[in-house]
Design a protein around this ligand. Structure first.
Ligand code: SAH
Length: 537
């Protein structure tokens, strides 16, 4: 949906809109943001975020989810506490974030805006939805609620445990641990302890000593399994398995960053090593250019790992398109057009279309791809790949192609820098070779503050390095960090570049593919994994 209303900044504190008439478009959509990973947003949540004119969001919603918001939308963070100079917002000057946020959302919607009220997890679970709805209803503004993945569900998924179990857990109770001290009678701990089910304790870190003691005193066994998940689905997520008797001590020992959810019950016992995927609980930094780690992140996710993408190089147009355009016009005069990367294919196809040409413009030239990802890029462009070498490297291409024609004409489509092996070897065999730069891969100059913060706060286990230029860029950008991470290299050439930078790889892929790179990390983990009791996940 387009964004029909121009955004003009509005003050955060607006007068109440009790009697403001709702316009046709104006509405408030309460959207559940899920636990933090944007992949856990619902499709409908994403749709509203992309269409919003204004978004009123909680402090708990992390930046990757905020990145989904329509860039032209107004953004209104809701403070946890009132600003020091804020006027009183309710009777007795008590700050009511729910009511204030609801009034702000209603006020914005009353001017015809599509307002998303973005709340962590699910809006209806400990989200002060009742107060906000009241404000929106009072203003006569139409509203919709879009559910989100609440913390307990996301945490159980991360820990790899069910929340109910036919034999031991017939119920799931979501409760706040925060009230244990102030309102010990607010919750019936006897009933909670007796219930044959799972408890998910939200806001329970500070008062863990209290609520766990109340459960124990009510007869819940001290050996009851407990799973703690902090910052679930965030890059620095942590998971620990403990027991009801020990969980308060575990939480008190510190190192637990909020928010955290505590799951109590037999059903939620974290399984042993055997049940875990090899990369379970591991964070893998993908250093490829933005938008290009997809096959690798899928391979890592399939083996249980989670990815953090920090590009170290960016793919940009070459200094001039003229040489590439000339080669494209002459494409049908070559025996072979050889693509050294999927980026090369994409750039080539884009210039082909720019010249108002398609596959017919390539005449009888045959097409070679250095490996499966490059072949797939050709296929996605509607072209058939005639040759993919047995070994996915320049040497592999030369071996497969060198003897296919005598004194052939080769066009090599590649980056503006890199190895000359293909050209030199083919020329040595008597072929005529034209090399053309289809793109340039530029090292990222410096990390921005947000990325630096993420690096500091994330327990990264692996970095994947998929080319020599990425090896050099990573060494420069991540420097001292690299010494603490395990390094997975995609090929012998990349490994050599890493060694030259002083960071020898921990593993090397047996062939230059994403699947093989992920498998190399998995094999290492399987050989070295000792305990799942406390894992950085
Ligand atoms: N509406 C939210 C809950 C808000 S109350 C939901 O449905 O998830 C805030 C509490 O939720 C936190 O104290 C914590 O217990 C839990 N929580 C929210 N996000 C979390 C996350 N990413 N990881 C772990 N716990 C989380």
């Amino acid at each position: 949906m387009p964004n029909p209303i121009p955004s003009t900044p509005l003050p955060h504190t607006l007068p109440p809109a009790a009697n403001a008439p709702a316009t046709l478009q104006g509405r408030v959509v309460f959207v559940g943001a899920g636990p933090g990973d944007p992949e856990l947003l619902t499709i409908r949540a994403r749709k509203w975020l992309e269409a919003a004119d204004a978004v009123v969001f909680d402090a708990l919603v992390p930046p990757p989810v905020l990145a989904v918001i329509n860039p032209h939308a107004q953004r209104h963070p809701v403070p946890r506490e009132p600003a020091a100079d804020a006027p009183p917002t309710g009777p007795g000057s008590v700050f009511e974030p729910g009511e204030a946020a609801g009034r702000l959302a209603a006020q914005l919607a009353s001017t015809g805006r599509l307002v998303v009220r973005l709340k962590g997890g699910d809006p209806s679970v400990f989200g002060r939805l009742a107060e906000e709805l009241q404000a929106v209803r009072a203003a006569g503004i139409p509203y919709e609620i879009v559910p989100g993945v609440t913390a307990a569900l996301a945490a159980a998924a991360v820990a790899g445990v069910p929340l109910t179990n036919r034999s031991s857990a017939s119920s799931l109770t979501i409760l706040t641990g925060h009230e244990a001290l102030e309102k010990p009678t607010g919750l019936d701990f006897q009933a909670l302890a007796d219930m044959p089910g799972t408890l998910a304790v939200y806001m329970g870190v500070e008062q863990a000593g209290k609520w766990s003691q109340l459960l124990l005193a009510a007869g819940k066994p001290a050996t009851t399994p407990v799973t703690i998940v902090s910052r679930c689905s965030w890059p620095d997520q942590q998971v620990a398995a403990t027991t009801l008797g020990a969980c308060a001590g575990e939480l008190k020992r510190g190192g637990w960053r909020s928010p955290a959810v505590v799951i109590v019950g037999e059903a939620a016992a974290v399984p042993g090593d055997a049940a875990m995927l090899p990369l379970s609980g591991r964070i893998v930094l993908l250093s490829r250019p933005a938008g290009q780690g997809d096959d690798l992140s899928l391979a890592v996710a399939t083996l249980g790992g989670r990815c953090l993408q920090i590009p170290t190089v960016s793919i940009e147009p070459p200094a001039s398109f003229q040489p590439l355009d000339e080669c494209i016009r002459a494409a049908s005069t070559y025996d072979w057009i050889v693509f050294a990367s999927a980026n090369g294919v994409r750039a080539f196809l884009s210039r082909l279309r720019h010249a108002r040409l398609d596959g017919r413009g390539l005449g009888t030239a045959r097409l070679a791809a250095i490996g499966p990802a490059t072949r797939r890029a050709l296929e996605q462009g509607g072209l058939i790949c005639d040759l993919e070498p047995a070994t996915f490297s320049s040497e592999g291409i030369v071996e497969a192609l060198g003897t296919s024609v005598r004194r052939g004409r080769f066009l090599l489509v590649r980056a503006d820098r890199g190895r000359d092996v293909m050209r030199v070897s083919l020329e040595a065999q008597g072929h005529h070779v034209t090399e053309v730069a289809a793109y340039t891969s530029r090292p990222v100059a410096a990390l921005d503050d947000t990325t630096r913060g993420t690096l500091e706060s994330t327990a990264i286990d692996w970095i994947t390095v998929t080319s020599s230029s990425i090896a050099e860029a990573a060494a420069r950008l991540f420097g001292p960090h690299l010494a603490h991470w395990r390094i997975a290299s995609i090929s012998p050439v990349t490994s050599a570049a890493l060694i030259a930078c002083g960071f020898p790889p921990t593993v090397e892929a047996s062939e230059a593919t994403s699947a093989s790179l992920a498998a190399a990390m998995a094999a290492w983990e399987q050989a070295h994994r000792q305990s799942v009791c406390t894992t950085n996940a």
